[in-house]
Ligand binder design. Structure first.
Ligand code: KIV
Ligand code: ZN
Length: 516
């Protein structure tokens, strides 16, 4: 990039992304995502909010231990105890950053913090100075900057840069801003703050009006040199700016942007699938860059044009973001070695021999039902293995469902519940409904089904169906996933997966709610 500035990519899938209802991840899942982000050459990985819970602390610490090529960041409110905890969790990191924040908008200061502006400024400066005891890579965010008064923002930012902040992140916390106005805000801040050249300006945009990517790009055109984003746009409420969209817009329109990222964009699809598989948030087919239709040319005119010359309708190459034509990689006769080698080629690491054995057994089962096994099948299969090894209080032993024209569907199920086999049967409106009712006859979970969706992993009628089930209990929401060539079995497994996730205790603070 000789004549271009570097645009820093700060991924917050593991922190803001995890704030999406139902998207919580285990420590091992976070490590897998962090490793995939590192392979993609993401500059900064925000690994979590260490003060939130012992589990969050351990996850940030574990990511800090394994990641060597990206900076690992921990979030902390502008409070001594938060910063201390973040500093502690990040100790093992090869390169660490503390990201501290406090709200600066009138509504947040009055209603949430109940603090005067001068006290907020003082606390911000104090937090940045304290973070300096742990690292010299300090990011400060004036939360809800998009609704803050510009004069006050300038005062706070100047003071925290003097106190040692090296990155100033401007969040549009509630997704209220509009591109030209948000771009102007960034320009004004950089022009008016006397020491603005001592820090990198960053943006963190939420997507409540569908403008997170547009606002981020407007900010980049006006001097921001870091964008905070998430894989597939995951995040609080309507989500954050989607990493893949920001990165590909900048890369594709190098005629307009004065900067570029150093990301390996060919890893985008792999990261997208991994995050979708782990969180159970499917990617909509028409989603830019990573949706199943993003590079599909259905209409006759388009197909004709693309065949004559790709550029007639395609502005990017599918392979540049990691789309590969469905490739038959393995089949029924493939051995353990071939299986292991292909996983390695896909950058999928299984931590133990037991995990590999478990995954290979599932592969053999799948190969019996489906002759051609694609990369996508392997990815789904491995996602399944990881979860099942960690937390399985409930396990599906067998399921039999009768579904016949004119008859009420009926399911017989056997579940292993903590080592004891339990049987039940139930009628339902359809085969999936009957299977869920049979599970509930045993478990009696008192949950509410919030979402049920099925996606085909590859094409063809023998494709695996990937099912997501979202359950809610007493305000807690979890997503369960299952994949199988039989979608009723996939559905039952997804339901059971969600129930297993609900059993794990969860007590964590939310960084942006409640009093500081
Ligand atoms: O949306 C927001 O304001 C945040 C901050 C913590 C940066 O997530
Ligand atoms: Zn946010």
């Amino acid at each position: 990039m000789p004549d271009k500035d570097k645009l820093v990519i700060f991924d917050t899938t593991l922190r803001d992304g995890e704030q999406s209802p139902g998207a919580s991840m285990t420590k091992d899942e976070k490590i897998r995502i962090a490793k995939a982000l590192e392979t993609m050459k993401v500059d900064v990985i925000e690994a979590g909010f260490p003060i939130a819970s012992p589990g969050d602390f351990e996850s940030v610490q574990a990511v800090a231990k394994v990641i060597k090529d990206s900076t690992v960041c921990g979030l902390a409110r502008a409070l001594d105890k938060d910063i201390e905890r973040a500093g502690e969790a990040l100790k093992p990191a090869a390169s660490s950053r503390i990201h501290t924040f406090i709200a600066t908008s009138p509504i947040h200061m009055q209603q949430k913090l109940r603090m005067e502006p001068d006290a907020v400024l003082e606390q911000a400066v104090r937090a940045v100075k304290q973070a300096g005891q742990y690292t010299d890579n300090i990011e400060f965010s004036p939360e809800d900057a998009g609704r803050s008064e510009t004069d006050f923002l300038c005062r706070v930012i100047e003071a925290v840069i003097d106190a040692g902040a090296t990155t100033i992140n401007i969040p549009d916390t509630v997704g209220y801003n509009i591109p030209h106005q948000f771009g102007e805000l960034i320009k004004t801040l950089i022009e008016r703050i006397p020491n603005s050249d001592k820090a990198i300006f960053s943006v963190h945009c939420h997507n409540d009006l569908g403008l997170a990517v547009g606002n981020s790009l407007a900010a980049v055109l006006n001097g921001a040199r870091q964008v905070e984003c998430t894989i597939n746009g995951l995040g609080e409420r309507a989500g954050n700016a989607a990493l893949e969209e920001v990165v590909m817009a900048v890369r594709t329109r190098q005629d307009i942007f004065p900067c570029d990222t150093t990301l390996d964009t060919t890893q985008i699809m792999r990261c997208s699938r991994l995050v979708s598989g782990i969180t159970g948030f499917p990617v909509q087919p028409n989603k830019a860059i990573v949706g199943a239709n993003a590079f599909a040319h259905e209409s006759g005119i388009h197909q004709d044009g693309v065949l004559k010359s790709r550029e007639t309708y395609e502005i990017m190459r599918a392979q540049d973001v990691g789309w590969s034509a469905n490739r038959i990689v393995l089949g029924k006769h493939s051995g353990r070695n071939a299986f292991k080698t292909r996983l390695k080629e896909l950058n999928i690491e299984l931590a133990t021999e037991q995990e590999l054995n478990e995954a290979f057994a599932r592969f053999k089962d799948l190969a019996d039902k489906k002759h051609e096994i694609y990369d996508e099948d392997l990815q789904a299969l491995v996602a399944d293995t990881n979860w099942s090894l960690e937390n399985e209080h409930y396990r599906l032993v067998s399921l039999r469902v009768c579904s016949e024209t004119g008859e009420t569907p009926h399911a017989n199920i056997v579940l292993d519940v903590g080592g004891k086999e339990c049987k039940a049967d139930a009628d339902g409106g359809g085969p999936v409904d009957a299977a869920f009712r049979a599970i509930e006859a045993i478990v009696n979970s008192e949950t509410r089904l919030q979402l049920y969706s099925v996606n085909n992993i590859t094409s063809g009628t023998d494709a695996q169906g990937e099912v997501t089930v979202r359950l809610e209990k007493a305000g807690r929401i979890v997503n369960g996933q299952g994949a199988d060539t039989d979608i009723v079995i996939a559905s039952a497994n997804a339901y059971i997966n969600a129930l297993n996730k609900l059993i794990a205790p969860e007590q964590r603070a939310h960084p942006q709610r409640g009093d500081v």
